[in-house]
Design a protein around this ligand. Structure first.
Ligand code: TRP
Length: 367
């Protein structure tokens, strides 16, 4: 049998289809190093092994900034510059704009019928946002809807994997529930089926998993909260070494002297472990700090700041190539949107067919 296998087949077996991933960001401003270590770095690795779709959640940005459409548009373009700077390759992944993929909105409406309202409101990430952003009684109807929309972002691409930061896990859990429910209701998948079996049992949607990077959450330079633009505790790709030194210098540790035994669980040492690439150096710094072995916080801070500046240097160079050139960015987005729609339209047709909503075939194209 094997002797008859043609040479071409044995030397180059048909490649198995790559697993698909979808992830994205809400354009709320420039990306910072928290985004990089929390998720973009992982995407850069995965773009070689996965069919990758990266979404700019510009509709979601309207949940908190509906009065600033120009700002949202500007940030949407700016974030692509940061992606390219951080190493995402538009040849390898489709980078696209949420609102240019209508299948997402259509699926959002359908999925919103499959989720109890109370279930959506129990989402701890939504609750946190309401609190942190002080939205209390003033949030829009669309605010909780965005969580449903996120399930559609993911499922429109029948993604298997969703690389995200830790704070997004509740959204992925909601997505898994929608996928299971849809497959059970409309595709005849048995309620006791394992998640991994849904596709092979005829479900339209795989039940996706969250892929949380090794640093799920980077503490901000305030040393307390998650790094977040709205809290002003960030380091941006575009920051100069001087700005970085200043920001890192501001991390409060409460330690008084070079000989005081320090707490290596503090925010400064989170940075040491995240950004100093040499594990032996990290271990050495930890040992000396914990022992109060003649090592000042200022010293550690300088070393951390240098490591971050070094990491950002090649990113800045890449970013500079696209500075002031919005047309090049739009071209990348256009290509990404075309690829995204190809898949999302196919998914929508399958979903509509399953839910008995499909009457006609349709085609979508940009002119
Ligand atoms: N909610 C995410 C954030 O603010 C962005 C996002 C929107 C997303 N849709 C997504 C992330 C789908 C992963 C998958 O960071």
């Amino acid at each position: 049998m094997s002797a008859q296998t043609p040479a071409s087949e044995s030397s180059a077996p048909a490649a198995a289809p790559r697993p698909r991933l979808l992830t994205g960001d809400t354009p709320t401003g420039q990306l910072h190093i928290g985004h990089y270590v929390g998720s973009v770095r992982r995407r850069v690795e995965l773009q070689d092994t996965h069919e990758s779709y990266i979404l700019l959640a510009n509709m979601h940005a309207f949940t908190t900034r509906a009065e600033d459409p120009d700002g949202i548009r500007r940030d949407t373009i700016e974030i692509v510059r940061d992606y390219l700077a951080m190493g995402l390759d538009p040849e390898k992944c489709a980078i696209f704009v949420q609102t240019e993929v209508p299948a997402i909105s259509e699926l959002t409406f359908l999925f919103s019928m499959l989720l109890p309202f109370n279930r959506v409101m129990r989402n701890p990430t939504l609750k946190d946002e309401l609190q942190v952003k002080g939205l209390a009684e003033t949030y829009s109807f669309g605010f909780p809807l965005y969580a449903v929309g996120q399930t559609a972002d993911i499922l429109a691409f029948r993604a298997h994997s969703v690389p995200v930061g830790e704070d997004q896990i509740p959204h992925i859990e909601l997505t898994r529930e929608v996928a299971r429910r849809f497959n059970q209701l409309y595709c005849g998948v048995d309620p006791h089926a394992e998640d991994e079996e849904h596709e092979s049992l005829g479900g339209v949607f795989p039940v996706p998993t969250a892929d949380v990077g090794s640093v799920g959450r980077l503490v901000g330079t305030d040393g307390v909260n998650k790094m977040s633009k709205s809290l002003g505790n960030t380091i941006f790709v575009t920051d100069t070494p001087k700005q970085i030194r200043k920001k890192i210098g501001g991390i409060y540790t409460g330690r008084q002297s070079m000989t005081e035994p320090g707490d290596v669980g503090n925010a400064l040492f989170d940075y040491v472990r995240t950004f100093i690439p040499d594990p032996e150096r990290v271990a050495e710094l930890e040992r000396r700090y914990a022992a109060g072995d003649d090592i000042g916080d200022g010293h550690v801070k300088v070393e951390v700041a240098e490591a971050i500046a070094e990491l950002l240097e090649p990113m800045k160079e890449r970013r500079a190539k696209y500075e002031g050139n919005d047309d090049a960015i739009l071209e990348i987005l256009r290509d990404g949107c075309i690829r995204a729609n190809r898949l999302a339209e196919e998914t929508l047709a399958l979903a509509k067919d399953a839910a008995r909503l499909k009457y006609f075939d349709r085609e979508l194209r940009y002119v």
